[in-house]
Ligand binder design. Sequence first.
Ligand code: BTN
Length: 234
Amino acid sequence: MAIIFLDSVTSTNTYCRQNIDNLNHADIVRARRQSEGRGRKQREWSSEEGGLYFSLVLKDGLSGIKTLGLLTQLMALAVCKTARDSGVEAYIKWPNDVLAQGGKFCGILSEAIFDGDRLKAVIIGTGVNISQEKIKSEKPFITLKSLGVEKSAEELLGEIIANFTADFALLRASGFEPLRTRYKKNFLYLGKPVTMRVFDEELHGVAEDIDESGRLVLNEGGKRRLIEIGDMDF
Ligand code: BTN
């Protein structure tokens, strides 16, 4: 495992994509700032100095993993645990945003790289708001510093990666089930009415469960729908 630290880059995910053949399993690319930080759904991810921006490359142990979403959810769990260990009442908004006091402080963008039909690598890009002065975002956001966390980006990265590594080993050994229980404990919206955006559709229902593949079970007035890709409004 190596950590490549860049002062500035377009996007750590793009860097990994472009250099994937020279990167090994568990390598991390981290940048002080990104000029073209990317979020889900082609959104921009504001990446001024003061945040943590990194991409983790996974190449081994991917064959048994059912969906890319599970790995993303694992990273959300790792960040949530790290924040909780620092005294923050953090929680997850399905599938992979981490929030506290109604504001988002972490977003995750995972990308798969194929060689023909073979899954060659997964890049898990993670952005954590720590102490940036300026953040551009349409949605409510928050920084860890404003929540009383005094840890540096290096310290937080070390804890996040240690948590993720332990959970990745557990996922490979025992599947998602033990992690699902933990994920559900940190999923604040469980059992509550939610509004979902799934492609162009707006859905209303109760977030009833997270299934064994990490999908959201939405109960729309008695009709259950399994959602693999989508966004929860907040
Ligand atoms: C989201 O919430 O929409 C996902 C945001 C992901 C941002 C991280 S920062 C590191 C990595 N590089 C990127 O360009 N994006 C991810």
